[in-house]
Design a binder for this molecule. Structure first.
Ligand code: CAA
Length: 399
């Protein structure tokens, strides 16, 4: 018996505002290909990546997330935000939730539950659904969902060209201006070791080919449950946003869905229309883990091939370990005037390229782990930065 799920949402609930933030430095993957002695087409065509975001030492998940959230709060205010969920797999503390640092930086009300949520790249989707449930249960309340990650693999490993970083912030409310979530959702859990990061490691461990196979097989599991719950088929969705460890996987995913549905293999023009618009940003940032699928949504909405008002978007979230969920939402009429398109594009255009040597230096930059004082030199970045560490405590400041 298939299990399916209908969210208890009385009214339209979903993403009222969404904003993303990326670091101000970037490595072109042709530089990496040259150093590693790899054909650049393996990166550009084989996995579908062009550049990776480089995080300077004075940025971490807290500053990336706070930088993503600030424009939302400046526009929508802070009233009635009763929940702040921080989804990440790049945690900076084993105990304290990263959301509490952001709560302070962002000036949120004291009557606000602050939590950090973890299940690899899936945690932001779970947070969004939990935030929507809270809004449904407490009419008039709002929630802020933050998703921020820094994807790190060993130097010269197969995962290296898929590294990236970024953050997405989403304000969740009733009568949302951007996307109303459909109540139905299909999810799937299984205990596997495809990608993980033990507490003593800075870099993830991964069985890359196995993780890709699991991503694709759990997509079908989650889709089948979503389909059973909603009665919808592929044609009921104007676009699809997939979790993007690398963008090529979106094409594999849609082809796999078509095969599972007995639909003909999609034509290139169909893929360009349904899939490609959501991939543009990720090709330039690399894997943003928890933020990926929502970064894909921003990419689609910021430059859609046709107006999206009233259109349904299918979304697939995968977290290694593993959790998968297929869900959907309807883009709201008039949403375009509530997007942060110019700010998103500006960040992508204004990045400073780094050399291979600078990339490796930043990768290997180590901060003291014995509580010794450490001051971070200022780099380019958003409104908040990590200023220093003293007595094992991180100190953030406005720029
Ligand atoms: N020109 C064009 N294409 C080329 C090429 C060239 N010169 N050389 C190779 N290719 C193609 C290959 O044919 C292959 O294409 P197909 O997949 O369509 O067959 C593609 O480039 C990749 O080549 P390989 O499979 O040989 O690549 P690899 O094994 O070195 O690395 C990877 C690929 C396993 C995905 C690796 O990047 C990796 O380990 N990534 C990290 C793990 C990951 O992203 N997993 C995804 C699912 S898990 C998840 O989603 C959670 C998460 O965020 C991590």
């Amino acid at each position: 018996m298939e299990r399916c799920y209908k969210h208890p949402m009385a009214t339209n609930i979903g993403i009222d505002l969404i904003s993303f933030h990326i670091p101000s430095y970037v490595l072109d993957l042709s530089v990496l290909a040259d150093i590693r002695g790899v054909d650049p087409n393996k990166f550009v065509i084989g996995i579908g990546q062009e550049r990776m975001a480089i995080v300077p030492p004075d940025q971490d998940i807290v500053t990336l997330a706070a930088n993503a959230a600030l424009p939302i709060l400046e526009r929508a205010g802070r009233d009635n935000i009763e929940l702040l969920l921080f989804a990440t797999e790049s945690g900076i503390d084993q105990s304290k939730a990263a959301s509490l640092f952001c709560h302070e930086l962002l000036g949120l009300p004291a009557s606000c539950r602050c939590l950090e949520v973890k299940e690899a790249c899936y945690a932001a989707t779970a947070s969004l659904r939990m935030a929507a449930a809270m809004v449904a249960a407490r009419p008039g309340s709002r929630a802020l969902v933050l998703a921020a990650d820094i994807a790190r693999y060993d130097l010269a490993s197969p995962g290296e060209p898929t590294q990236g970083a970024g953050a997405v912030a989403m304000l969740v409310s009733a009568n949302p201006r951007v996307m109303a979530l459909d109540p139905e959702s299909g999810f799937y859990a299984e205990d596997i070791m495809d990608f993980w990061r033990p507490n003593y490691r800075e870099e993830a461990l991964v069985d890359g080919q196995y993780s890709t196979r699991m991503y694709l097989s759990t997509l079908i599991e989650a889709w089948n449950r979503y389909k059973a719950a909603s009665g919808r088929g592929l044609a009921d969705h104007a676009h699809f946003c997939f979790h993007l460890p690398f963008t090529k996987i979106a094409y594999k995913s849609f082809e796999r869905l078509c095969r599972a549905e007995g639909a003909p293999r999609p034509e290139p023009e169909e893929l360009e229309r349904l899939i490609a618009p959501a991939l543009r940003y990720n090709r330039q940032t690399g894997n943003t883990y928890t933020a990926c699928v929502f970064e894909a949504l921003c990419s689609l909405m910021d430059d859609p091939p046709a107006p999206l008002d009233g259109q349904r978007v299918g979304m697939f979230s995968y977290g290694s370990g593993c959790m998968a969920e297929f869900f959907s939402g309807v883009i709201q009429p008039g949403h375009r005037e509530h997007l942060f398109t110019d700010a998103h594009r500006g960040q992508l255009e204004d990045r400073v390229p780094v050399t291979y040597r600078q990339y490796e230096d930043i990768f290997n930059y180590g901060v003291p782990t014995d509580g010794a004082d450490h001051i971070f030199a200022p780099y380019r970045g958003g409104p908040f930065r990590l200023a220093g560490i003293k007595d094992h405590k991180r100190r953030y400041e406005p720029r």
